[in-house]
Write a protein that binds this ligand. Sequence first.
Ligand SMILES: Cc1ncc(COP(=O)(O)O)c(C=O)c1O
Length: 365
Amino acid sequence: MKVSSSIENLVPYKPGKPIEETKRELGLSEVTKLASNENALGVSQKVVEAISQAAHEIHRYPDPSCHKLTHKVASHYNMSAKKLAFGNGSNEVIDLLIRIFCEPDDNIVTSKAAFVAYKVCATAARVHVKEAPMTEDLRFDLEKIKQLCEEHKPKIVFIANPNNPTGTYLTKTELFEFVESQKNKTDQLIVIDEAYFEFVRAEDAPNALELLDSYQNVAVIRTFSKVFGLAGLRLGALFAHEKILDYYNRVRNPFNVNSLSQAGALAALDDKDYLKASQDMVWSGLDYFYKELQDMGVAYWPSQANFVLIDVKKNAVSVYEELLKLGIILRPVNNYGFESLLRLSVGTHDENQKAIQALKTVLKK
Ligand SMILES: Cc1ncc(COP(=O)(O)O)c(C=O)c1O
């Protein structure tokens, strides 16, 4: 069967290498995975209990409106419930926004080395992706993005803040000035993806939800996969103007958020100790990495997320393969055009130490 050339040439999203596969292929009994920006704290016990309870009802369809969850998430983020909808992970939200607002041969604009899902979802929808170069310090270059917007009249501009895989961020002043500059473009949606919002420590970083009352062409994405530790349940949130949500709710599968996911997220929002422990683990883990990397003379980009991008100054895929043999899975980012960079997610302190030890061994060779 013939498919369109965009599907034929589509490079699929490549997730981090699974632990079991690594054990099997390399005959290892112990493997540490710091490759997928997951929450290394493990699952909140409150979430496990809520899901066990909800399991007794899985013969029924889930609540298609996510009524309880909508109200709880809205109050958690101090937003109106009318401005909120959910997706099967924020990946589905990205996919649906493209399907709603773009026709084949339309454009989206983002940055080079922006989170790869924007490109994958757009290409799958036969939508062209125009990427602005990054600044030298691997941040989104909003001036270049503005130029692309003028030139290509995109239907959507995607901004990941902080960005994955760079961990870099735009300040509140930079982002808000950009949004203001685009306010008359009523046919252009600016999607601000704040998947790592809770891990941000920079005091000058924005909370993009503050933009929603003033700008109807802005949408904000958050996820339950990171600080809440629910990556396996698949839950993402979309905050936007009611008109956008109206389209979103027409297009989405009515049962896109399953009942275990809804129950788990409700419990996660109540487990404040878990949320604080997640943040503390990530912040102390990053500080530990920074100190060790400095001692090793390995360059890195200070990160506002739960991972750090490092420069191994040689072919990063070979370093990744050497690390695999030592039972450490990191993430090469050659698919983003970075040949010598590796992304290292924060794990438990023990996992972080193992990763640093293995890096020392491999980089000494
Ligand atoms: C910037 C960014 N946005 C969105 C996602 C997708 O998250 P999920 O689909 O698990 O909600 C990720 C995942 O790593 C990410 O890094």
